[in-house]
Write a protein that binds this ligand. Structure first.
Ligand SMILES: Nc1nc2c(ncn2[C@@H]2O[C@H](COP(=O)(O)OP(=O)(O)OP(=O)(O)O)[C@@H](O)[C@H]2O)c(=O)[nH]1
Ligand SMILES: [Mg+2]
Length: 231
């Protein structure tokens, strides 16, 4: 029988934090009596991420194609549940807040996306450039071009109906997948709502995978190109 919830966590060398993320999910499954599974979509980690995940009882799928988008797409495909929740492996999204997203989900909703900008951002958790330029600009452009009304398009913690995901044919492979996912929901006339969530600081001295200018531009180019292909 299909499960209720699969938490899909994309992972590339996150041995310091992957364990905390999985433990938080399991705690919530237990506390709220959720028939859930943690699914790690690993993108070729060379550290101990995979063994840590397996030791904690998470299911691991290995995604050979590089990139954040490819990794999530592998995870979505492997999920077998009514709902899929995505969130990063760097302990910046707080999986203890899964119930906040579940509470907002109902029969009329296809995606609940978190909003860090209306929630609580731990000091130092989001670089100033992302917070006051990158995220607001990309969110503004998405809302303008696609008629959405969300406040944090770059938020990577999202709860979605698996049946909706299955109807989408994704094309992007990198960080711009975060935008494509929203655009595809709009194109399919799926409903999106949001809920405030926290952003944690994660760990000190982590080398970010994100390259703000390059990835920001990839989002922007995707959003504009796709809009003019569409209508
Ligand atoms: N950036 C990136 N992340 C990947 C990739 N494959 C898997 N991931 C995972 O995707 C998640 C998001 O990556 P992050 O580097 O945290 O990206 P971000 O949150 O946008 O930016 P920072 O936290 O500021 O680096 C993490 O859990 C990564 O381990 C990849 O090829 N690139
Ligand atoms: Mg991160």
């Amino acid at each position: 029988m299909e499960k209720f919830l699969t938490v899909v966590i994309p992972c590339l060398n996150e041995e310091k934090t992957i364990g905390i993320c999985i433990e938080k999910c399991l705690k919530i499954f237990k506390e709220y009596n959720i028939d859930g599974e943690v699914l790690i979509s690993d993108n070729g980690s060379t550290d101990n991420s995979v063994s840590i995940a397996e030791a904690l009882g998470a299911r691991v799928v290995h995604c050979v194609d590089k990139g954040y988008g490819n990794t999530l797409r592998c995870g979505f495909k492997a999920a077998d549940s009514k709902f899929v929740l995505m969130g990063d492996a760097d302990n910046t999204y707080d999986f203890l807040e899964i119930p906040l997203l579940l509470n907002k989900m109902d029969d009329n909703i296809d995606m609940v996306i978190g909003t860090r900008l209306k929630g609580n951002i731990e000091k130092g958790a989001m670089p100033v450039l992302n917070r006051f330029l990158g995220t607001p600009v990309l969110t503004f452009v998405l809302n303008l071009l696609y008629g959405t009304k969300i406040s944090d398009s770059q938020c990577g913690m999202r709860l979605m109906r698996k049946a909706s995901l299955d109807k989408i044919e994704f094309k992007t492979t990198g960080m711009e997948f975060a935008s494509e996912l929203l655009v595809e929901f709009v194109k399919h006339k799926f409903t999106i709502t949001e809920t405030p969530i926290s952003l944690l600081k994660g760990i000190e001295n982590r080398i970010p995978h994100l390259n703000p200018w390059r990835d920001g531009m990839r989002h922007l180019i995707y959003l504009i190109k796709e809009r003019f292909l569409l209508f």
